[in-house]
Design a protein around this ligand. Sequence first.
Ligand SMILES: CCCCCCCC/C=C\CCCCCCCC(=O)NCC(=O)O
Length: 572
Amino acid sequence: MLFYVVLLLLGVGAYYYHFTANRKKIIERLEVVAQRRRDDLAKNVEETRRIADKLDPKRRDYIGGLDFLQLQNELQKGTVTCVEAVRTYFHKAILAHEKTNAVTCFILEADQQAEELDEKAKQASYVKPPMFGVPLSLKECLKLKGYDTTRGFVQDAYRPATEDSIQIEHYKKLGLIPFCQTNVPQSLLSYNCSNPLFGTTTNPFDSTRTCGGSSGGEGALIGGRGSIIGIGTDVGGSVRIPCHFTGTAGIKPSKMRFAHRGGGASVPGKPMIDANDGPMAQDVKANVEFLRNVWGDIDFQSDRDPYCPPVHWNESLYSSEKKLRVGYYIDDGWFTPTPALQRAVLESKKHLENAGHTVIPFYPPRLTKVMQLYFRAVCLDGGQYVLNKLLKDIIEPTIRFQVTLWMVPTWVQRILSYPVSLVFPRMAVLMQSLTRDTFELREAYADIEAYREEYVGMMMKDDLDVILCPASVMPAPQHDIPSKVVSGVSYTCLYNLLDFGAGVVPVTTVSKSDEEKLINEYPETDKWYQTVKKATIGAIGMPIGVQVAAPPFREEAVLRTMREIELAITGK
Ligand SMILES: CCCCCCCC/C=C\CCCCCCCC(=O)NCC(=O)O
């Protein structure tokens, strides 16, 4: 017996030695690559600055002060040139990048593309596309020919995409000029924004706090006024959470509204959790104008990807005079949001009521079950795909907590969940979420299908057009918090599980009385609540958004509601 125990211990020891020696070698090699990539970025920023500085600062200030529609209009009229627009945003993005570390690469050829467009515009026969010359920032994971899409993995640096994705091709055809790529959290499966290649992107309003993720670089850049419009991706909130954290507006459309051929994903092959790309901008108006043009010309995408149905922009749904019926909630029953987030929903409710809409309570059913289904379906192989990639890379410290969760075998998590349930029931629910086998996975898929039917059934029963609810559980927290509170995505991931269109519009900022309420009334019943409460103290002044969602192909109703809230708040 002793012999076998010694043999086992020797085996484990040898494996551990081999594993750590191998990891050390990988890390040493990748650290050289990461340093080289960062040095290249520093040179790239300086070259961009040289180009941006060719534009007269007075002109730059004027163009930089235009909003999306004004810039689009001046470019159409020819009173602003494409070169001027690109150089202005090169300059503004450098400023925002210096503050937040949002950019992973400036696309220098944007300047040349702008020159070419300006040349074309001189020809009398040339018809300008609708978004002629508007500079566009892109989340780093989007496939752009000639540029890396690392998703924060050092191992994927210097492996540029060989083609544009269909969506990028389309945006270029509509006249947009991609001018920079923006930072993401390693693996994209997080709502912070840090990786070992490009480092941490910070919130433009407070550098000790995260800009959110995974489209965090976009949030920081747009919130920091370094881009007028950008594209993010969202599988659990990655467009909507950064919008909420940085005071910007964006929407994740339902999956089928864009072509996905040639695109990338954080975890390929997860059929029931629907991700999509989506625009992010300084206001809702820009999102509307962008999607009106993209969906107005959606045949471009459908012709190249038959899985993308040719569903055109529905102007009558967006501009309808018919009053809306809105279901709202301020607490999903899984994770009570901090007071400012609840207040934002109640204020939005008032704005909608003042505009003549009917707003009634709505109770999303069984969120505890939803959280289990979401984590089971998003980590459908128990997290193995992401873990395999991470183990071949330098692991980002701010996601180490969730990496540890993925490393503990499922059966161990299940056994431990029983004692844990006695002191921390919500954690125990998640410990039972990663799948043991395909039987459980099939069951989860069937449950998601049934849940979708139940949810839309409830909306139909009350004749609801859209749902209004919080965008998250808290305002932007410190950089390490998202990994410790992965369960805080309940307000957003629900609408990926349902495949609804869902957007976020900025509504308010955290006030002193929100903080007092937080201190006196916010629950402290478990570790997650304690962490959220602690992270939210000191967040006075941080932006707060609300979320609007509607079933697939009704994104125009979502945008209409968001726009009405925006109009009521900003008056423009
Ligand atoms: C014991 C607990 C087991 C649960 C393990 C959970 C590990 C965390 C896994 C996933 C976290 C998901 C968070 C999602 C954040 C938003 C991600 C997103 O939208 N990404 C965009 C994209 O992938 O394109």
